[in-house]
Design a binder for this molecule. Structure first.
Ligand code: M6R
Length: 606
């Protein structure tokens, strides 16, 4: 969703602000803007445009002031359409105070009514503009102290926000605040940064500071002051970012998504390293596994599909009941949760609001929370009792690929860990699974080496109106993931079904030439036979069937061969061709691969 960048320091601000916005483009947005300080007391310089960053950059060709402090924003429209006027930054009526915002201000209607009554003139339809007028009044009341004004305003706001503000009277200061929305400080040498994501400043510094809930930060080129809403100065928690700028660049690939598909062997290896012989030290100290009688996995989108696969592994190996729920639905049915429930939120970004709110509900009701996350220091792991970080590295493309692969690995590791401590699996079984897991990176590599013909085959279906995906057991969540990927990237109707469910209705969708992708388990297994029958059923009705399997599946029209593995691990291999199908289809249909329409990478609203 919205991207936020602030720079103050020894260099000209425009370049790092624009570069930061470029690096945050992956989050998805529909307008962009920047504000720069010019001189003490003078009006700020502001440009904002609907559409992509290129539109904004065109307006900058006529020149920008030499400024050493500025803020930039990419907006994903919520309140008010994606227009120049609704784009951020928003200004106070004197044009000296500028504000950018990520999140939603829930009480903006009443705030706006009150502010209009006080004489403030509004220009946009946004919820954000109320905050800039409120801040303007508060700043005057605090004799020009912007940080004190921000503290007062935050206390009046309901909802979620990351806010950054600059005022021309303190041209080298940027004041930020956060609640339920990410904000990190980049610590430089004679320069400092604020951003919604470390990717924005990673090319300049790897030193970062975490900001907690309801904290306000005031940065200048040489100073960083963090306070709570009461004005108490708080200590800094600095950490080193473990990846470098090249990890967030395309590195010769046509798209981030393609790069990330090819990074999967390494990501899987990084997630496995040091964990094959137990997760003990990493997680046990804050979780009382002996107390657990139920596991609940909460997640959204692709992470939800990883959770569905996880259910098979954790239930079977850990000998414990597992429920998997859409995070966005979870708390609204007021589920029964207590200290015997282990809740596992899965999230690449660690900022997904649906998942965060579901997790908070569970915590408030006494659950133990053990998150699976890819983003160090993000809100979900910070609020969990323990965390298993997937080490996929930064995932830039909106469509999740390597994050999914590593979430699957996390599910298997948790299943084995629970089985080990609950005594439901033998040490021989654990050793056997460790071997299977260790072999996965090389097997994914093998799949990647053979996908070229699949890309060609995919293009044949470019004009199809629909594509169906079938699977059973762990192949069913894989089918769901294949369908989600295709919807996101190809803007094509796609659905995943359990193979056995077809005859109960969906088979009516099959027509002459309908492409169907089927996940087929290892030859000789009962489920392989059942799936082969399902393939026959759709083929008899005109479908063109692409089977993904480790054997030749005679009934299929085309077979994408993948290496053999343990049946529970097959999704790690079979999802790769599904990612390739979606990628290729997006290109064939002329779609934006890395930033599909209407989607955002990190969904920070409910
Ligand atoms: O950051 P999260 O893993 O919490 O995100 C959850 C979903 O929004 C995400 O997986 C989404 O479905 C992806 N765009 C799928 O490719």
């Amino acid at each position: 969703m919205c991207g936020i960048v602030g720079y103050t320091g020894k260099n000209s601000a425009l370049a790092p602000v624009l570069e930061g916005l470029r690096r945050l483009e992956y989050r998805g947005y529909d307008s962009a803007g920047i504000a720069l300080t010019v001189a003490v007391g003078q009006q700020l310089w502001v440009e904002k445009r609907a559409g992509k960053l290129g539109n904004l950059e065109e307006t900058l060709e006529d020149g920008t002031p030499d400024s050493h402090s500025g803020i930039g924003h990419t907006r994903w429209a919520t309140h008010g359409g994606p227009t120049d006027t609704n784009a951020h930054p928003h200004l106070d009526n004197e044009g000296k105070l500028a504000l950018i915002h990520n999140g939603i201000i829930e009480n903006y209607v009443e705030l706006r009514a009150e502010l209009e009554r006080r004489g403030h003139i509004f220009k946009s339809e946004t919820d954000t503009e109320s905050v800039v007028h409120l801040l303007s009044d508060a700043r005057k009341a605090h004799h020009g102290d912007l940080a004190a004004a921000m503290r007062e305003v935050c206390a009046e706001l309901r909802g979620s926000f990351t806010l950054l503000a600059i005022h021309s009277d303190q041209p080298d200061h940027i004041v930020g605040a956060r609640r339920n929305s990410p904000l990190v400080v980049g610590v430089g040498n004679g320069e400092n940064f604020l951003a919604s994501d470390v990717a924005a400043f990673i090319a300049h510094t790897k030193r970062a500071l975490e900001l907690g809930q309801d904290e306000v930060v005031d940065i200048s080129p040489t100073e960083i002051i963090i306070t709570d809403l009461q004005g108490n100065v708080l200590p800094h928690h600095e950490y080193e970012i473990s990846w470098d700028a090249s990890a967030a660049e395309r590195g010769g690939y046509a798209h981030f998504m393609l790069k990330e598909i090819y990074e999967q062997p390494k990501a899987i290896l990084d997630t496995l390293i040091g964990r094959l012989h137990g997760l003990g030290a990493e997680i046990s100290q804050n979780i009382d596994f002996g107390k657990i009688d139920k596991v609940v996995i909460i997640a959204c989108g692709t992470a939800f599909h990883a959770g569905l696969v996880g259910k098979y592994a954790i239930e079977q190996w850990g000998g414990i009941s597992v429920e998997v729920e859409y995070a966005s639905e979870y708390r609204y049915r007021e589920p029964r949760v207590d200290g015997h429930t282990l809740v596992i939120p899965i999230s690449q970004s660690g900022e997904t609001m649906d998942t965060l709110m579901a997790m908070r509900y569970a915590k408030e009701n006494g659950a133990q929370v053990f998150s699976v996350c890819n983003t160090n220091g993000s809100t979900i792991p910070r609020e969990s009792d323990a965390v298993l970080y997937t080490h996929a590295g930064p995932e830039i493309a909106v469509a999740s690929t390597k994050a999914f692969a590593t979430q699957l690995i996390a599910m298997y590791l948790i299943g084995l860990h629970l089985g080990q401590i609950r005594g439901t699996i033998t040490s021989e079984f654990i050793a056997e699974m460790a071997e299977h897991l260790e072999a996965l990176p090389a097997k994914v590599e093998q799949v990647l080496e053979t996908v070229e013909p699949l890309r060609e085959l995919t293009r044949q279906f470019k004009d199809s109106s629909s594509m169906l995906f079938l699977g059973r057991h762990v192949g069913y969540p894989t089918a769901l993931e294949g369908a989600l990927k295709l919807k996101e990237l190809a803007y094509m109707h796609a659905e995943g079904f359990p193979g056995g469910e077809l005859k109960h209705g969906p088979i009516a969708l099959i027509d002459q030439g309908t492409p169907v992708v089927a996940m087929i388990p290892a030859e000789g297994s009962l489920l392989a036979e059942k799936m082969a029958s399902n393939v026959q059923e759709v083929k008899a009705r005109g479908a063109v069937v692409i089977a993904i399997s480790d054997w030749h599946v005679p009934a299929a029209s085309h077979v994408v061969r993948i290496p053999s593995t343990h049946p529970f691990l097959q999704p790690v291999l079979s999802v790769v061709p599904l990612q390739v199908i979606a990628y290729e289809m997006a290109i064939a249909r002329g779609n934006d691969v890395d930033q599909p329409r209407n989607l955002a990478k990190s969904v920070t609203v409910e």
